[in-house]
Every structure is written in structure tokens, then in C-alpha cells.
Design a protein around this ligand. Structure first.
Ligand code: AMP
Length: 459
């Protein structure tokens, strides 16, 4: 779970990248970084924290040039420490190179062990660093090197690479994570994980970087190259549509907002609630799906829960602790909308079930007559190994409990999920999705030893 952004040939590239990263902030809040190029030098600044907290005027002024890449990080692999913040910049074959990565590699452990045995010294615990060592050992131009080493790398990667005289954007052959190319008003190309990053910098989306494509930019223009042969169809992450991408983005050839509404409409047809008085979303993740559900069901849609956007990661609690403090910080009920009503509450997904349980309790305390929970995807039973942060299967409630048992745990009057067919029918755009978190059909093999959990730290 990360976001990448890059611009070529625009004045004030660091400021444009700063704004672009702001439009990707939902993809990662742990660290942010920008690397620019001027002359034969790269300039880097990265810190822990959100984009607006990491950068100030003087930090951006110290990043000169008309070319930049940036990254926001939510660690799925490698520890959450500043050493692991990206873009990752190194001295490389007599020049400098910076890399920004969204995704997770599935064979990083094997590749790292092999590289270390051959003498590579790793500086971070990130799988991203594997790319750098592989590239350093290959020969030829950067594109030659990428074409040689990428077939050895398995898993998910949307990459931006910057050297003083070129920028390269790469998407893995499965196309797990999104990556688009847009155009800045100055005519220069802009790369971004999602189109939500483009509006603020007044760039226009042009196309997706294709699965298995390398786009190279230099002073002479843009060229396109392949990483190996095309696959019959991609494995785009379906969970991007359900939860992760911003609803105003267009990814994988479809509008996220419309996909979420279609999911809600389908859910209403599959799992109606006979005597519902009101449909409410869990904001913001369930908002669009709940709207679709309410429209299809012909039941009034209300904002029965309000989200506070100002709670940070840690907050001081009175020593006489407040019950369910965490969820109260984030969500608060609009009591008169809920009192004495049969409430359908729609959320995007259930992971551990702890949030949903607290929401049901909050709605009951606000006086709901009944609480029916509807979930905009099938039960999440399997961990993701391609870049979404999911806990171990032991912690995924749907992996160890039936739907009825989860309903009991949540204390909901009823609980129902969207079917897998309902999900696939609702997702439009380019066909070919990875749905391993629901079905266990992993398109890229995951080492058996790690099936029981998420990727483990390697140091
Ligand atoms: P819980 O069931 O308490 O673990 O949390 C479920 C909520 O977390 C859902 O309503 C989602 O909005 C949100 N969510 C789903 N997937 C993720 C994820 N990979 N990382 C963070 N939050 C998530």
C-alpha cells in the first residue's frame, strides 16, 4: 500500500510532486519522500509522516530541477522506519539512481539471500532494494538492465526510477497495482498511481502504463518497451476498487465511484432487508456502496455516522479510560437518524471484525431498533502477498468463522456479504483481476512457508 508520482520537464518539479503526493495520501501515511534531478545530481528529502508535515518551503526549495519522483508509504513489507522511507536513492554504476515502488515482491527473500551470498550489502529491510542490487549487477542501458532482471522478480511492482538524465515507469506483467501516465500543462509526462493525483497539478490522464510495460523518458521524448511477453490477461487488484483507491480516481479502465455504487446495487439485490427504514454508510469507505444500495432498495440514505478526519495515529486518553475510545475518535452517530429505526449499515469490508463490532454497538447505543450489516465484498479469508496490508489468516475473522458466527460476534441482527460473482459482475473496465483475498487463487505462487501469515521481517 503505497503511492508513486513522477513528473518530467515541469517548472518547480518538487512542488508539483508535493501536490501530487497529497492526492495519493490515502495510499500511505507513514512516510513521504521526493527525489529531484538537476545536472548530474539527484536531490532527496524524505521523512516519517504525512506529506504536509514532512515538507515545508525550505525542504522543497532544496529540491531543485524540473524532474522529480515521489512516494508515500504504508509499510506492508519492511519496518516502518525512516531508513525504509522512499524514494530509495543510491550511487549506481558511476551515477545516481532513485526508485519508488508500490507493491510487494513474493520472491524477495530468495533473491536477497542470493545477492547477499554474492556480496551485496543491503541498507534497508525493504523488498524494493532487491531491484537496485539486481540492476547494479546487470549490464547495458537502464532499459536493457530492467529487461534482463525483471523476469526474475515475482510479485507486484509499479515502479518509478529516476537517474540524472532519464525517468522510467514500470508495471509488472500482472498489473497488480495501478499506474497511469498523464500530461502536465507544460507538455511533460506525469506518472501517478491514481488519477486523484493529477487534478491538483492540472494534469490530464492519458493512459495506463500497460501491465509489463516500461515507459522511458529523456530529453528526446518517451519510448515504450516490454518486460517479457504479454500475459493472456492481467491480475489487477480487485481490492483497489473495493477499498483502497480514491473514489474520484479512474483505475484499470473504470471509475472507482461507479464500481462501488454498482457493488452496492448488486448487494441490495442479493441481500435485501425487508423492513429497512434507513441505509447508512460507514464513512468514508462504505459511502459509495451504501448509496448504490439505498438507491436500488428504494430506502432513504442518511449519514448516520460522521467521521472525524482529524484524529492522528495516537491520541491522549483520560486515565479513567473511555469505552471504545478508538472508534469514538473516528466515528460518531447522528442519533435522531438512527433512533427507533431498522438500520442497514454498509461497509466496504471486514478484516478482523473489531471495527464492525464497535460500530454495531455504537448504533445500538444510539437507539437503533435493529442493525443489519451489509459488506461490499465477499468474506476476506486470505492474506494478500501483493501489496495490501492484511493480517495473518489467523486474524482474518472470515478465515476462521462462518458468516453466522461473525454476525454473532458483531452482535448484528443480520450480516451478509456480496457474492464473488456479484463482485466480478460489478467491476467494469479492463478484464482480469486478482481476487486471492476472497478465493485463495493466488496468480503468483506464494512460498508455502508464508501462507499462514504476512511477509515476515527479514532482520
Ligand atoms: P477490522 O475489521 O476492524 O479489522 O477493520 C475493517 C475496516 O478496515 C474496514 O471497514 C475497512 O474500511 C478497513 N480496511 C480494510 N482493509 C484494510 C487494510 N488492508 N488496511 C487498513 N484498513 C483496511
Amino acid at each position: 500500500m503505497c503511492g508513486v508520482f513522477g513528473v518530467w520537464g515541469v517548472p518547480e518539479a518538487s512542488r508539483i510532486t508535493y501536490l501530487g503526493l497529497h492526492g495519493l495520501q490515502h495510499r500511505g501515511q507513514e512516510s513521504a519522500g521526493i527525489v529531484t534531478a538537476r545536472g548530474d545530481q539527484l536531490y532527496s528529502f524524505k521523512r516519517m509522516g504525512r506529506v504536509a508535515d514532512v515538507f515545508n518551503e525550505s525542504a522543497l526549495d532544496a529540491l531543485p530541477g524540473t524532474v522529480a519522483i515521489g512516494h508515500v508509504r504504508y509499510s506492508t513489507q519492511g519496518m516502518s522506519i525512516v531508513k525504509n522511507a522512499q524514494p530509495f536513492a543510491v550511487e549506481f554504476a558511476g551515477t545516481s539512481l532513485a526508485i519508488a515502488h508500490n507493491g510487494n515482491l513474493t520472491n524477495a527473500g530468495e533473491l536477497r539471500a542470493e545477492l547477499e551470498a554474492a556480496g551485496s550489502l543491503f541498507h534497508t529491510t525493504m523488498d524494493t532494494e532487491v531491484f537496485v542490487h539486481l540492476l547494479a549487477r546487470a549490464k547495458g542501458t537502464l532499459v536493457d538492465r530492467l529487461q534482463k532482471v525483471l523476469p526474475r522478480v515475482r510479485g507486484a511492482y509499479s515502479l518509478l526510477i529516476l537517474t540524472p538524465d532519464q525517468m522510467v515507469a514500470v508495471r509488472d506483467p500482472h498489473g497488480f497495482r495501478p499506474l497511469i501516465v498523464g500530461r502536465a500543462p507544460s507538455g511533460g509526462p506525469v506518472f501517478a498511481s491514481e488519477s486523484s493525483a493529477l487534478r491538483l497539478v492540472e494534469a490530464v490522464a492519458e493512459r495506463e502504463v500497460e501491465p509489463g510495460e516500461i515507459v522511458r523518458v529523456d530529453a528526446d521524448g518517451e519510448t515504450s518497451h516490454r518486460v517479457g511477453a504479454s500475459l493472456p490477461q492481467p491480475h489487477q487488484c480487485i481490492f483497489e476498487h473495493i477499498y483502497f483507491a480514491r473514489p474520484d480516481s479512474q483505475i484499470f479502465g473504470a471509475r472507482v465511484y461507479e464500481v462501488r455504487k454498482a457493488i452496492g446495487r448488486r448487494l441490495a439485490r442479493e441481500e435485501p432487508v425487508a423492513d429497512a427504514d434507513v441505509v447508512i454508510p460507514v464513512p468514508d469507505s462504505g459511502t459509495a456502496a451504501a448509496l448504490g444500495y439505498a438507491q436500488e432498495a428504494g430506502v432513504p440514505y442518511e449519514m448516520g455516522l460522521i467521521r472525524s478526519h482529524y484524529a492522528g495515529r495516537t491520541f491522549i486518553e483520560p486515565s479513567s479510560s473511555i469505552r471504545h475510545f478508538g472508534v469514538k475518535l473516528k466515528l460518531s452517530p447522528v442519533e435522531h437518524v438512527i433512533r427507533d429505526r431498522v438500520v442497514v449499515v454498509v461497509d466496504d469490508s471486514i478484516v478482523r471484525g473489531t471495527t464492525s463490532r464497535k460500530i454495531v454497538r455504537m448504533l445500538r447505543e444510539a437507539g437503533a431498533k435493529a442493525v443489519h450489516m451489509r459488506i461490499a465484498c465477499p468474506p476476506t479469508k486470505n492474506s494478500c502477498f501483493y501489496g495490501i496490508d492484511t493480517p495473518t489468516t489467523a486474524e482474518l475473522i472470515a478465515s476462521t468463522h462462518s458468516v453466522d458466527a461473525i454476525a454473532d460476534f458483531l452482535d448484528a441482527d443480520s450480516l451478509a456479504y456480496l457474492s464473488i460473482d456479484g463482485l466480478h459482475d460489478s467491476v467494469t473496465g479492463r478484464p482480469g483481476f486478482c481476487d486471492a483475498c476472497f478465493t485463495g487463487n493466488y496468480p503468483v505462487p506464494v512460498p508455502q512457508v508464508r501462507f499462514e501469515g504476512r511477509l515476515t521481517e527479514r532482520d
